[in-house]
Design a protein around this ligand. Sequence first.
Ligand code: ATP
Ligand code: MN
Ligand code: MN
Length: 335
Amino acid sequence: MERKLASVVVIDDLQPIPGADLIEVATVKGWKLVVKKQEFRIGDHAVYCEIDSFLPEKEDFEFLRKSSFRTMAGIPGFRLKTMRLRGQISQGLLMPVTVLNGYAYTLGEDVSARLGIVKYEPPMPASLAGVAKGNFPSFIPKTDEERIQNLSAEYEAYKNETFYVTEKLDGSSATFYFRDGEFGVCSRNLDLLETTDNTFWKIAHRLHLPDRLAALDKNMGLQGELIGEGIQGNPYGIKGQTVRFFNAFDIDAYTYLPLPAFREIIRLMGLEHVPILDTAFTLPDTVDELLLAAEGNSALSPAGKYVEREGVVIRSADKRISFKVISNKFLLNEK
Ligand code: ATP
Ligand code: MN
Ligand code: MN
């Protein structure tokens, strides 16, 4: 599931910002962003670029230079981040469809490539990047989670469901698998060669994952978040590194283990799961309320210290529904 960084949307709402004469707040799906007054009307089509978009250095985007200039792997461009303007959260960028130069778009169409927009990825230390053995295996799904702001059409229906809530940890995605006698280690997008300085492989051995997975005598994948020193600034102040697990995947049945079975297998293997915050959660009235509920102190924050958590991951017991709700407080602090 690739993120649609830039797509053609309908402007769902426009509202004034108290005390601001020149700007107003637009709603696009579950997103809110600040726009110039009078530039758009409710119902207009527009190009919406999500946060984390990296826009090329082009005349059309020059107005972003002051707020957003950045290089990525040596390439200059503009990176969209969460901002607060006159007290209003603003996430992403809206542009008139004229930026598409007359292209005959369809509503919802992904226009990222057409505009030269890619995802901003922060630099990764070599110990985490690793050396590819191959692509991410096709027999396990990647660990991606959709953002609630892109699921506003489903929100009403989701109110009938009961969910479990885990803390979203800010580290690096790790997948370990045992399949037909072969043990493997993957980062978010790659199957990794075993090299001596690779952190994912080191952790796999320290947690005895090759033996422990083999002992299950089943083709199984375990997925978790690698956290600690040298990873995302180690917000939790952990010594060394560890993995907190969030998925167990039955490879032959091609299904995730439901929560109770997942907890049991993690316990039996002597491993740790991500913090489980609630097991009978129902959604509040609005996405905005849910966004507030995602804010809070991390369950892993050191005693006496407040560490804004990255957010939460909300799932139905069978993982049929699964999405992330990122804390806006966390995003506002992002470098
Ligand atoms: P994006 O392009 O949306 O920024 P990303 O690849 O950077 O996506 P994240 O925003 O980090 O991914 O969100 C998905 C990731 O969250 C998963 O890949 C997983 O590694 C991580 N994660 C951390 N904690 C959890 C958790 N409790 N449950 C599920 N996933 C979790
Ligand atoms: Mn991310
Ligand atoms: Mn992440």
